[in-house]
Design a protein around this ligand. Structure first.
Ligand SMILES: [Zn+2]
Ligand SMILES: [Zn+2]
Length: 269
């Protein structure tokens, strides 16, 4: 599917991103342990599915969410509306019968009428497609988290502790991706990643804000920088990158995790 044809479940993604970011300090180490192998696979070389995706997926389970809702609520209409809203967002349109709540007299649970049976069919559809739905909501949530460099720095500082602890395991799994100094080895940046970082950082160096678009002057060279340097047990995870100019890149060195908390709003107040 081309970039222009992507459906993103942005409303669901905002909800997940907010929840995962605000619970980061309580759950990060548990999530890193749960997805240990998946995270290691994502960080030795830049991959489109990042460590942040795995962290987000720790909180995302559409089937469990609906199941809880169904058990705790008497309101079947609420459950049905949630399901159809979510399916619309992920661009799934099953050909299933629709309950007619307007005409139905059974307002308590809809067990006597046919509604409950119809809703079971919808829940069955969600359950069959749960992996696809969850992946799309996680990727949608990633769109928001990726814009928050301050959070990404904290994320990769915590991940660095995990990497340091797991270095022997990482080396055993990926001997070619670890240096003699026991750090993750530098890797080339694929074009999709350069382009994503350039657009997120709006073509400017995140530290000194100089223009790197080369629309004005053809002299500033673009540098993709590891927010948490490899030397400090940072990784090649695609979410650990930012845009710097040559001067800032050189002065940042391999011991600093400098980033900028300046974000450009759509308009000024
Ligand atoms: Zn009913
Ligand atoms: Zn700069």
């Amino acid at each position: 599917m081309s970039l222009k044809e992507q459906h993103l479940a942005l409303s669901s993604g905002i909800g997940l991103a907010g929840f995962a970011v605000s619970n980061f300090w309580d759950y990060s180490s548990e999530a890193f342990d749960t997805f240990k192998d998946e995270i290691i696979d994502s960080i030795v070389k830049p991959k489109k599915i990042t460590a942040v995706h795995h962290y987000l997926s720790f909180f995302q389970d559409i089937y469990e969410e609906i199941d809880k809702m169904r058990k705790n609520l008497d309101d079947m209409k609420y459950v049905y509306d949630f399901i159809t809203r979510t399916l619309d967002e992920v661009n799934l349109h099953p050909n299933l019968p629709k309950p007619d709540f307007e005409k139905c007299n059974d307002e308590y649970g809809h067990f006597e009428c046919g509604c409950s049976e119809i809703i079971e069919q919808w829940i069955g559809f969600v359950s069959k497609n749960a992996a696809q739905i969850d992946n799309l909501i996680v990727h949608s949530a990633f769109q928001f988290v990726f814009q928050d460099r301050g959070f990404l720095r904290n994320f990769h500082l915590e991940l660095a502790k995990f990497i340091k602890n797991e270095m022997d395991y990482i080396e055993k799994k990926y001997p070619d991706c670890v240096t003699a100094k026991k750090r993750i080895k530098r890797q080339p940046f694929p074009q999709w990643l350069k382009s994503a970082v350039f657009h997120r950082d709006k073509g400017t160096c995140v530290i000194c804000r100089c223009d790197l678009s080369n629309l004005i002057r053809q002299q500033n060279q673009i540098h993709i920088d590891h927010i948490v340097p490899l030397n400090l047990f940072g990784s090649n995870d695609a979410s650990n990158m930012q845009l710097l100019c040559e001067r800032c890149n050189t002065s940042k060195g391999d011991r600093s995790t400098d980033t900028s908390f300046i974000n450009v709003p759509f308009w000024n107040l």
